[in-house]
Design a protein around this ligand. Structure first.
Ligand SMILES: Cc1cc2nc3c(=O)[nH]c(=O)nc-3n(C[C@H](O)[C@H](O)[C@H](O)COP(=O)(O)O)c2cc1C
Length: 325
């Protein structure tokens, strides 16, 4: 079934603009990634062609408690012309009141996390734990959709247990409760990040609802992008494939690449508008190592970057590595 539709879809390897309520969101999105998708990284990905960007997941409960650290996750870049915030939580009222907060009004889309597999999230009843309580999941979506005029979207995995596949059921529940877009990561919670993404199940979700569906999982190059398009999805979302490589967006769009060192500098510059040096140092260490990840015979310099607490020095080392690549 997938193969037949493939042929039809391959003709248009470029997705159309995904629209919600008449507003255009583009077609290649940067995934929400906790500890990764901060404003500087999103800024770099926007520079390199990403359409819609998502904040990392934000706790609705922590917002209720006015946590400054949580509010800082809502900082956005001026380049983010369309942007989404992702919320997590399991209390419908708390989630709905988060949707109404002033700090969220600058976002074009409010996404709800039903996919996070991390034990500390799941053990609290959040993220993919909600795939085990579809009544509660439905209430969360319904309450959020009623609480705000902004479109609500839901991001979920195929199911909780290794062999669960309730994605179509979840998709219909979300749609009927008022969601305007769905993102499906084609794995179960039990799979975490192992195995291959299940494209067939993503295609089934797409065929079962009227609202736009975003395909997610294992897009790392043009070939895997095309394979995802064959499911018929309206847009794609990229997570790990963008680590250290924001140009993946340009490449998938067949656009010229942006100079990588320029992207690294702009990533840091954007962070420096909002955060202190300590935060920037700690945050950038992992990103810098991803940026130089593919470069061989550079163990010593990489070790220096990994332990550096001077961002200017690290930047020089990165420049040295990237220029001699
Ligand atoms: C470090 C990391 C952090 C993540 N944090 C989140 C998150 O906050 N919210 C979410 O919905 N998914 C999160 N994810 C999952 C990604 O959004 C995405 O669904 C998953 O990585 C599969 O896509 P990929 O194969 O393109 O990476 C995270 C993934 C990674 C690797």
């Amino acid at each position: 079934m997938l193969k037949k539709s493939c042929k039809l879809r391959v003709i248009s390897a470029y997705l159309k603009q995904m629209k919600i309520d008449g507003k255009e969101f583009g077609s290649i999105f940067l995934a929400p990634m906790a500890g990764v998708s901060e404003v500087g990284f999103r800024h770099a990905c926007k520079m390199a062609g990403a359409d819609l960007t998502f904040t990392e997941m934000v706790s609705s409960k922590a917002l209720m408690y006015e946590s400054q650290k949580t509010k800082d996750l809502l900082i956005t870049s001026e380049l983010e012309d369309v942007k989404a915030v992702q919320l997590f939580g399991h209390e419908p009222e708390v989630m709905a009141s988060a949707c109404m907060r002033e700090e969220l009004q600058k976002f074009d889309l409010i996404d709800i996390n039903f996919g996070c597999p991390a034990p500390k999230i799941v053990n609290n009843g959040d993220g993919s734990a909600l795939l085990k309580d579809l009544k509660l999941l439905e209430q969360i979506v319904g309450k959020c959709a009623k609480a705000t005029n902004k479109p609500i979207s839901c991001k979920f995995r195929l199911g909780y247990g290794a062999n669960d596949n309730i994605a179509v059921q979840v998709a219909k529940i979300c749609e009927n409760a008022g969601a305007k877009m769905l993102t499906v990561h084609g794995r179960t919670r039990a799979q975490m990040y192992s195995g291959q993404v299940d494209l067939e199940s993503i295609a089934k979700v797409k065929a079962s609802v009227k609202i736009p569906v975003v395909g997610n999982g294992d897009i790392i190059n043009y070939e895997s992008y095309l394979n995802m398009l064959k499911t018929g999805v309206d847009a794609v979302m990229i997570g790990r494939g963008a680590l250290g490589d924001p140009n993946i967006f340009n490449r998938l769009k067949k656009q010229p690449e942006t100079d990588l060192f320029e992207l690294v500098k702009q990533h840091i510059l954007e962070l420096s508008k909002h955060y202190n040096d300590r935060y920037i140092n700690v945050t950038m260490r992992k990103h810098l190592l991803w940026y130089v990840g593919g470069i061989k015979n550079a163990t010593e310099i990489k070790q220096q970057i990994a332990t550096s607490d001077n961002i200017q020095q690290s930047l020089k080392l990165v420049e040295q590595l990237l220029k001699n690549k």
